[in-house]
Design a protein around this ligand. Sequence first.
Ligand SMILES: Cc1cc2nc3c(=O)[nH]c(=O)nc-3n(C[C@H](O)[C@H](O)[C@H](O)COP(=O)(O)O)c2cc1C
Length: 253
Amino acid sequence: MRWNPVASRRADSREESIPEGQRLSRRLFVHKVTAITAAALAGSSLLEGCGAAAEQPTAPTARPSVAPTTAPAAADSATLADAFKNRRSANAFRSDPLPREKLLDLLWAAWGINRPDSGKRTAPSAGNSQEMDLYVLLPEGTFLYDAQQNQLTAVSDQDLRSKAGGGKFGDAAVNLVFVADYAKFKMGSRAEQEMWSAAHAGFIGQNVYLFCAAEGLGARFYAGIDRAALKESLGLRTDQVVVFGQAVGVPNE
Ligand SMILES: Cc1cc2nc3c(=O)[nH]c(=O)nc-3n(C[C@H](O)[C@H](O)[C@H](O)COP(=O)(O)O)c2cc1C
């Protein structure tokens, strides 16, 4: 069984060998390829993954297009059982960058829209609140994951990675910051909402862990964050709260 539905974007013929129910629908296939192509237009780190000269991005807009053509090789061959067996928290990371295409695959697995008809996602949320925003901290700046387009929206050109995990995981190519937007909840007391947000971050974080395990990447979920400092750096509103972080990159161990 192939755990990563993104792999099926490689070729229609591949769908024939995947059992009904595990296939990525054509509609989602088209949606995803379109989105990733749009993202490729926007992202320069993808060029690094293709061996082309890297630009220093200031914002992910209007970049030369390099359309992704292949699914991640490791995920393509990893089974769900392999991913469970290999899931662990990395202790240290190398500074190798993550190609933009792989980053977008990671984000889609983490918290992407897997049912375009309803807009529902790869992780559940209480009352389908979808209050969690993923801020993506990269060397070239800080971005917000746009699940609708499966791409990144620029927030700032600052590298905030060292501020996210108490300085411990600043070397990791990516630090994800889970930000709960309490204005999006339509029900529940604040205490219930906080409990739900913690659960939501856990589901998303586990998606990240499993993706990384399948890809041979390292990940570490963490609570140790200077929330007030990061909130200010990210320019969050009062009702947005930094809940957890997660470092992702090439493990150094
Ligand atoms: C809610 C939560 C908070 C965590 N906070 C931190 C943290 O602040 N710093 C850290 O290095 N690891 C943190 N971790 C990672 C745990 O230390 C790690 O999951 C644990 O040692 C078990 O290791 P494993 O993930 O490899 O099974 C956290 C994990 C969870 C689930």
